[in-house]
Design a binder for this molecule. Structure first.
Ligand code: AMP
Ligand code: MG
Length: 524
């Protein structure tokens, strides 16, 4: 293996291909939509792009993986799907899922193709192209992805990582040169859009739905194989397969999912499509689609236009939905465990644990870690934030200062209420604000220390919906500067970055009802 410094070239990563070596695949090699039974994946080829161009690549991720672009042309040919990764056979995974609360049958990687997996810097990683063409799981889809949604996934997965949220990563963003037709608002107005491919990276992309599909088909053998595989390679500390091990595995997945939920609620991330096929078995945030960031604090907000009616995936409901999704996974693993009670006990405990951990998390956002603060104090805060239409990020970051602005100033900085309505809203805060001052004074913590601690949990910069939209509009015109500016900004979301203060402001008025900023469809 050629080394350049202590890094290895991307194309020289040793492809191990564990998933396809260990698990049975689809015997049919032709690529057409079909039901794939008793198999975990199908081999596929990526489609040759017309005129691929590298828009951006994550130097930070490369650094972390200890890899670098060796030959630029070779790198581009691999991450654009033009050429296969040396010695690897690309494949798409078979999975099912519950979508919006209903069993949807077989879904699978309809436009994601795993191109390589192997150890980098000591950790096993899977490299996957999103938008490199159809697979047996594409159903009526074309297998491609458009530039706007690819920019959103690329920037957001990297941003989430630097916020400390468990997530898949993004290595590269390529424009394919092909035109892709999409009816963006599902209103009968299809248009051509630029095609793009993101190369995403995670230890694996196994979803709750990978397990569910086998339970639904009463194929316990395949379910057991996948569970044993996942435990052996991703939860090896749990030991050899047994009923106890399967239960411990479920407990681990519950723990990791709970951690992920706390992070989402901490930073104000709304996934938008928490179907069980979008839930990672490693507790990672995956499949960035019509996600959004909470601006004016509203637990009922969802960015996904497909979900406006029921708001199933609204901000405040994400922890509940996780539990619902975990319940589907429990139903699936029941086929291996054959006992309801221990599974139910784990699910019941999630509810209790989440409640306690959420309280702790909110206290840390207020700089009141370990303080004896009653739960209604937090409930009252969330009500006030909502009534004052307070920008979540601006509010929590502003109160993280050494010198905290007064509540009037905070409204000027962070409230979306019209000026005339702010006066009454400010009055409502009086009691809570005094209590808060009291709790802080009880802590005996210097303002400097408190500020330092709070700034570690309250980010200054997140990828607001309008910011991504601005980058998209520029990129569609061929200008990628803003993609890089936002990428750089979001590498250090907790740092002050005074030269970037222009991104530490309220959402501009023009973005309030603009497509891509306040509402997003699943069309991508
Ligand atoms: P999502 O809600 O985006 O996670 O997608 C749900 C399912 O639809 C997955 O199985 C995807 O692979 C599939 N899918 C979404 N978009 C496309 C597309 N353009 N072509 C093929 N399959 C797609
Ligand atoms: Mg998905």
């Amino acid at each position: 293996m050629t080394t350049m410094g202590d890094k290895i070239k991307f194309e020289e990563i040793n492809h191990e291909g564990r998933f396809v070596k260990q698990l049975p695949g689809d015997p049919i090699e032709k690529n057409y939509p079909r039901q794939v039974e008793k198999a975990h994946y199908s081999f596929v080829n990526t489609v040759t792009p017309k005129n691929p161009n590298l828009v951006h690549s994550s130097s930070d991720l490369m650094q972390e993986l200890g890899i670098e672009v060796g030959d630029y042309k070779t790198f581009l040919s691999i991450v654009s799907g033009d050429k296969p990764f040396p010695s690897a056979q690309a494949y798409a995974m078979c999975y099912g899922g519950h979508q919006f609360g209903h069993w949807a049958g077989q879904l699978g990687d309809g436009r994601a193709i795993n191109i390589m997996e192997g150890k980098v810097n000591g950790n096993y990683q899977t490299f996957q192209l999103k938008g490199a063409g159809p697979t047996p799981y594409s159903r009526s889809g074309d297998g491609f992805a458009v530039l706007r949604s690819s920019i959103r996934e690329y920037l957001c997965s990297e941003a989430m990582y630097h916020l400390g949220v468990p997530t898949s990563r993004a290595l590269s963003l390529v424009r394919t040169g092909d035109a892709i037709t999409r009816d963006m608002l599902y209103n009968g107005n299809p248009a051509d859009e630029p095609g793009a491919i993101v190369c995403r990276v995670a230890p694996n992309f196994i979803r709750f739905g990978n397990f569910e599909i086998f339970a639904a088909r009463r194929d316990v053998e395949s379910l057991r194989k996948l569970t044993d595989y996942t435990i052996e390679y991703y939860y090896p500390q749990l030991g050899k397969p047994s009923k106890e091990t399967y239960l411990a595995f479920f407990q681990e997945v519950v723990n990791r999912t709970l951690e992920m939920m706390l992070h989402w609620q901490r930073v104000g991330f709304v996934h938008g499509v928490m179907n069980t096929d979008n839930m990672s078995i490693l507790g990672l945030t995956i499949d960035y689609g019509p996600y959004g960031w909470l601006e004016d604090y509203d637990p009922d907000w969802t960015p996904n236009t497909t979900d406006t009616q029921n708001r199933r995936y609204r901000f405040g409901n994400q922890p509940n939905i996780s539990l619902w999704n975990l319940t589907q996974l429990a139903n699936t693993l029941y086929a291996l465990i054959e006992e309801v009670e221990p599974l139910q006990a784990i699910l019941d405990q999630y509810r209790k644990d989440y409640f306690l951990r959420y309280h702790e998390m909110m206290l840390s956002k207020l700089g009141l870690e370990n303080a004896a603060v009653p739960e209604p104090f937090i409930q009252e805060l969330t009500k006030l934030l909502k009534d004052s239409q307070m920008d979540m990020t601006l509010f929590f970051r502003s109160i993280s200062a050494i010198e905290v602005p007064n509540i009037g100033e905070l409204h000027r900085i962070a409230s979306y209420l019209p000026g005339a309505e702010q006066k009454a809203a400010i009055k409502n805060w009086e009691k809570w604000w005094n209590q808060y001052a009291y709790f802080k004074s009880e802590l005996n913590l210097s303002d400097k220390r408190r500020s330092e601690q709070m700034k570690r949990v309250n980010p200054k910069y997140v990828l607001r919906n309008y910011m991504a939209q601005l980058a998209i509009e520029d990129a569609e015109k061929g200008n990628y500067d803003l993609i890089d500016e936002l990428y750089q900004l979001l590498l250090k979301p907790y740092d002050e970055q005074p030269e970037m203060e222009k991104w530490f402001v309220k959402r501009p008025d023009w973005a309030l009802n603009k497509v891509g900023c306040s509402m997003l469809s699943c069309s991508s």
